[in-house]
Write a protein that binds this ligand. Structure first.
Ligand code: 5GP
Ligand code: 5GP
Ligand code: 5GP
Length: 208
């Protein structure tokens, strides 16, 4: 059979640690639904090419529509909370993610299925449990980058990429975790290419 041409190679599934979004110089704003759980939240599911580049804003004629994800909203508020200022209900964040990234996989996943796929991936990759069961707790302590990567690899079976940012005192800290996912958005895979960016060799796991 003929198949639609492949318009990207894999996804990055990116989760953010809220403590590290909020303890920067810029600070954060809790969503209108209240302070999120002290858990990783979804940032996005991003189509990527094997050479490290990526498509974006692929179809302005297919903007985010809340009506397409109405049965997912309450789960998204919990698992995909927005922390940007001013406080929002999430619609802006999810719109941005769909318009910039989701439209680039729309031939495989419609809006509903794109958001549902991301929620399912978060269930399959419980990062906080992977870390805490290895004794790595969000207590403001410092942990080696390799111990964090090993704890996640051992639990999930695939090596993550860790993105760091700086807290307001300038400490390098665990900010985002990238896992690679096949084009069906259903299974984790070995990353064809890793993002760039520096962490210190010992990084803070901030509290939230
Ligand atoms: P930043 O400038 O914060 O690194 O990235 C801005 C945004 O660009 C990210 O939040 C994300 O939306 C997008 N982005 C950065 N790196 C990648 C990447 O490797 N792949 C994809 N698909 N998007 C990325
Ligand atoms: P990206 O980095 O995916 O290109 O863009 C993220 C966009 O979503 C930015 O415009 C950012 O202000 C907005 N945003 C809203 N809520 C959040 C959040 O909780 N985390 C991050 N990283 N960006 C958020
Ligand atoms: P290697 O992968 O050879 O152990 O590390 C090569 C370099 O990349 C080292 O400087 C190491 O600290 C850095 N590195 C390895 N894994 C990650 C990661 O997940 N995130 C970031 N930001 N740097 C990493």
């Amino acid at each position: 059979v003929l198949c639609a041409s492949q318009d990207f190679d894999f996804f990055y599934f990116v989760q953010q640690w809220p403590g590290s979004y909020c303890d920067t110089q810029q600070s954060c704003c809790y969503p209108t639904s209240g302070k999120p759980d002290a858990d990783f939240g979804i940032h996005g599911l991003w189509p990527n090419y094997n050479d490290g580049s990526y498509p974006s804003n692929c179809d302005s004629s297919n903007p985010f529509q809340q009506s397409q994800v109405s049965n997912l909203i309450s789960t998204m508020q919990k698992e995909w909370p927005t922390l940007a200022c001013p406080s929002g209900n999430g619609i802006q964040f999810w719109s941005h993610e769909w318009d910039k990234h989701g439209t680039c996989s729309e031939s495989l996943l419609n809006q509903h299925d794109y958001f549902e796929a991301a929620l399912n991936l978060k269930q399959k990759a419980n990062l906080l449990q992977a870390l805490t069961s290895a004794g790595i707790n969000p207590d403001g302590g410092f942990y080696s980058l390799s111990s964090i990567k090993n704890a996640i690899s051992d639990s999930i079976g695939f090596t993550p990429f860790i993105e760091c940012n700086s807290d307001s005192s300038g400490n390098s800290q665990l900010y985002q975790v990238y896992l690679c996912v096949d084009t069906n958005a259903s299974s984790f895979i070995d990353c064809p290419v890793f993002p760039h960016g520096k962490c210190a060799s010992n990084i803070e796991f901030s509290s939230f």
